[in-house]
Ligand binder design. Structure first.
Ligand SMILES: [Zn+2]
Length: 95
């Protein structure tokens, strides 16, 4: 695993009630299901307050043969992210 910066999960996944987001992720959210399964979401500061709703939305998509799976808990880890103040030779991929 590289330590490359994560981007808010809303950059990839589409959610009905949320616009796309390309902010750097500031939190890693671990969602634990009633079945014991877990998955991770990465969220920026502003989407952090929606973590539960977003986890539930993702859960609905990820259930395969697990109709009883429910979101049991979520936990947060703040990512220690030194924002690249002056990248030396790496050009940004975003135009
Ligand atoms: Zn975001």
């Amino acid at each position: 695993m590289s330590r490359s910066n994560k981007i808010c999960s809303l950059a990839q996944a589409r959610f009905r009630n949320y616009a796309r987001c390309h902010e750097p992720a500031e939190y890693r959210v671990r969602a634990t299901l009633s079945t014991g399964r877990e998955f991770l979401i990465y969220l920026c500061q502003s989407h952090m307050s929606h973590a539960w709703a977003l986890a539930e939305a993702l859960l609905e998509r990820r259930i395969d043969g697990d109709p009883d799976a429910r979101l049991e808990c979520i936990s947060f880890h703040q990512l220690k992210q030194a924002r690249p103040a002056a990248p030396k030779s790496v050009a940004s991929r975003a135009a």
